[in-house]
Write a protein that binds this ligand. Structure first.
Ligand code: FES
Length: 70
């Protein structure tokens, strides 16, 4: 979910841009919290251990779709 663990805002620093300058980590544009792109775990900054909320998706024919949650 594109919602920071610190304050519930979107991470983008420009529309659809989430990665830091190293391109290794997701970064929150508001206060700079860092997240793992693979797991969404908080890696540092103001997220204080609170990671990104996972969502269930499937990839089909090059497109990614949300799947229903229970
Ligand atoms: S709102 Fe994301 S680090 Fe503060």
């Amino acid at each position: 979910m594109n919602r920071c663990g610190h304050v519930p805002v979107e991470l983008d620093w420009q529309h659809g841009e989430f990665f830091d300058t190293s391109k290794l980590y997701l970064i929150c544009a508001t206060h700079g919290a860092l997240y793992s792109p693979e797991s969404g775990h908080c890696l540092g900054g103001r997220c204080n251990g609170k990671g990104l909320e996972p969502v269930s998706v499937i990839e089909r024919n090059g497109a990614v779709y949300l799947t229903p949650t229970e």
